[in-house]
Design a protein around this ligand. Structure first.
Ligand SMILES: [Zn+2]
Length: 59
């Protein structure tokens, strides 16, 4: 079960979109909604509908 790179939700196989970057890493998006928000440069941690965990603050 892949997890969405943007919202962090698990998606059923075949329902999402997998993108491959030039550096070899792959990103999985559960929907075009996530792709668009990512392209717009929005921080998923600021979006209420995402499950992306907040990173602990560095000291
Ligand atoms: Zn998503």
């Amino acid at each position: 079960m892949p997890t969405c790179s943007y919202c962090g939700k698990t998606a059923a196989m075949g329902s999402g979109l997998r993108l491959f970057k030039k550096d070899g890493t792959s990103l999985y998006y559960c929907s075009r909604k996530c792709i668009r928000n990512h392209d717009m440069g929005r921080n998923p941690r600021r979006m209420k509908w995402t499950r992306a965990p907040a990173k602990p603050k560095k000291k």
